[in-house]
Ligand binder design. Structure first.
Ligand code: SF4
Length: 311
């Protein structure tokens, strides 16, 4: 996902405030990552929710970590999650999730947000909460409490007394066909969104880049399954591997998969193109330049007519 976005879940793109930091309490086991504003970022401590600035959301976003144990069925070449430091807590406590979310929402909708490091002097339009993302240090739909977590967030939204916020599921799409995931998605309103990862156009590249035991064909089938019901956002990460830009032929194959999704009736509201922009544990995988990303975006736009943004 979360990124300064290297994971499918939205890694903080600027400052980040974990829920537990409201009182200035240190988070046991929290990792500190230097972000663009050199603000301590917490993803792996005791907090289940984090606040960050998201260029893709166009303002503030809250990240709900459904995988503090880092469980994922992909092993993406660019994944920044250091699984040696993750919580061993296997299942999210949804009551705690509700409490932390309520506390962070109260902070966001108060003047105290401007006192948080990294959030001072924000112009009013960037101070607005744009979304709450179901995400994680792994794949959120693999959480055994995925459905309960969706119900909890929707319940907090309904009863909280705060302005409506959009719920976004950030997913690698591998489990979207699972009945318990489908059950959770039934709580999504028309305003809520699914952001689905699609980084490859061929099975061979999928195996090299996403390194999943799943198949690209299954991922595409799942994207189509949900995109026939509601518009989805496609999130695609392109990176340099061993000093090489993505092969031109692979980009064309990727575009062909998007076209096939469109032809089959998938509603795609936009395509987000970005790159690995934090150091990753895999030294072979590095950032792809903005001109290269923009070139891919142009190709996608021309071939598909889709709205494409570069981050
Ligand atoms: S390995 Fe999993 S958590 Fe990491 S980027 Fe890939 S899908 Fe996301």
């Amino acid at each position: 996902m979360p990124a300064a976005t290297i994971n499918h879940h939205p890694l903080p793109e600027s400052g980040s405030v974990p829920a537990a930091a409201r009182g200035g309490a240190a988070l046991a086991g929290a990792a500190t990552v230097a972000g663009p504003l050199s603000v301590p970022l917490d993803f792996v401590g005791n907090g289940l929710v984090s606040l960050y600035m998201s260029s893709r959301a166009g303002g503030l976003a809250i990240d709900v970590n459904l995988n503090p144990d880092g469980r994922c069925n992909f092993n993406c070449a660019y994944c920044a999650v250091d699984r040696s430091q993750l919580s061993r807590e296997p299942v999210v406590d949804v009551d705690r999730l509700a409490r932390e979310l309520r506390e962070l929402l109260a902070l966001v909708h108060s003047d105290r947000i401007q006192q948080q490091a990294g959030f001072q002097n924000l112009p009013p339009e960037l101070r607005r909460l744009r979304m709450v993302a179901l995400s994680g240090d792994g794949e959120p739909t693999l959480s055994p409490v995925f459905c309960e977590a969706v119900e909890t967030v929707v319940h907090v939204r309904a009863l909280g007394g705060w302005p409506f916020f959009k719920l976004v599921l950030v997913t690698n799409a591998s489990a979207l066909d699972q009945p318990r995931v489908q059950q959770g998605l039934q709580h999504f309103t028309r305003q809520d969104e699914i952001w689905a990862k699609l980084d490859a156009g061929t099975q061979a590249f999928f195996e090299r880049f996403n390194r999943a035991s799943d198949t690209l064909e299954h991922v595409l089938r799942n994207i189509l399954l949900v995109a026939k019901e509601r518009p989805v956002v496609i999130q695609s990460l392109f990176a340099r591997m061993r000093g090489q830009n993505p092969p031109a032929s692979e980009v064309l194959e990727y575009i062909a998969r998007l076209q096939e999704l469109q032809a089959a009736g998938a509603q795609i509201s936009s395509v987000q193109i970005y790159s690995a922009n934090q150091p990753t544990p895999n030294a072979e995988c590095t950032h792809l330049s903005l001109p290269a990303l923009s070139g891919i975006a142009r190709q996608v736009r021309t071939a598909t007519g889709l709205r494409v943004t570069v981050h």
